[in-house]
Design a binder for this molecule. Structure first.
Ligand code: SAH
Length: 257
């Protein structure tokens, strides 16, 4: 069996219990060495074959998987965060499907969740934003024109921008072009949940200088929006006057969810 496992954002103990159990019994682990914390591999068996996919092509990864499967081995493909975001997993799954090789997935804590915990942030605050846009700047991988940063910025929803720390000056320009005010709160979270983590708070207009001062050009997320520092409304769910299926509201006018 081949299992795609989310390694979590970095900290050794932020992998799921299921993911760690899979690592413990794996015969072969193929891990994304550019981003996965190697400390996670400490739980692997001594005789586990460990391959670093940062040095491999898709074809080479497939070869390890196919040969391992033929020999009846338990194989873990370990991706950073959750594999469903920028994980290049679909192409591996398709190759496996073509060969009728079964696979499963085990989710992980994405770095955008790790960054929220590092910042003590809630991305969805009543009265500010109820949506999170997860996106990136176009790099060597293009982004469809309809998904430009500026077009998303027009919504003024919370944005979490992956894979763009190396283009932060252009990113800030795009955010401003899309309509974010220069003083909109922003944050850069470098290596969220790793021991080397850095959380830097700034504004859209100071994003570039903030990253440059700390020499941050990779392994960082850029978060933008008033949820980082704005006036919000308290939740309805925990409002004393609000009734739900589980709790009868008291006082003032009651509402039903
Ligand atoms: N699947 C991963 C994302 C892989 S793309 C996930 O769910 O998190 C790689 C990008 O993710 C990096 O360029 C960076 O923008 C972001 N990233 C991954 N781990 C990070 C971390 N611990 N802290 C900040 N950003 C991180």
């Amino acid at each position: 069996m081949i299992t795609f496992v989310g390694a979590g954002p970095g900290a050794e103990d932020l992998i799921t219990v299921r993911g760690q159990r899979l690592l413990e019994k794996a015969d072969i682990v193929i891990y994304a060495g550019s981003l996965v914390n190697p400390a996670l591999l400490r739980v692997c068996r001594k005789d586990c074959q460990v391959c670093n996919s940062a040095e491999m092509t898709l074809e080479e990864v497939m070869e390890v998987m196919i040969n391992g499967q033929r020999e009846g081995k338990e194989i873990v493909r370990l991706h950073t965060g959750d594999p469903c975001l920028y994980g290049a997993v679909r192409e591996q799954m398709d190759e496996l499907e073509k060969r009728n090789i079964p696979y499963e997935s085990c989710p992980g804590v994405s770095s955008f969740c790790g960054a929220a915990s590092s910042l003590g942030a809630e991305y969805t605050l009543p009265g500010i934003s109820q949506s999170v846009v997860i996106t990136r700047m176009a790099g060597r991988t293009p982004v469809p024109e309809k998904e430009s940063i500026a077009s998303f910025a027009e919504h003024q929803a919370t944005m979490v921008i992956f894979l763009s720390a190396g283009m932060i000056r252009e990113l800030a320009k795009e955010l401003l072009r899309g309509g974010y005010a220069p003083e909109t709160p922003a944050a850069i979270v470098y290596k969220a949940t790793w021991p080397q983590e850095k959380t830097l708070r700034c504004t859209v207009s100071t994003l570039a200088e903030t990253a440059e001062a700390e020499h941050i050009s990779k392994t960082a997320l850029i978060i933008v929006g008033d949820v980082l520092d704005g006036e919000y409304e308290r939740s309805k769910l925990y409002d004393p006057a609000f009734s739900t299926e589980f709790r009868q509201g008291k006082g003032k006018k009651e509402q039903k969810i």
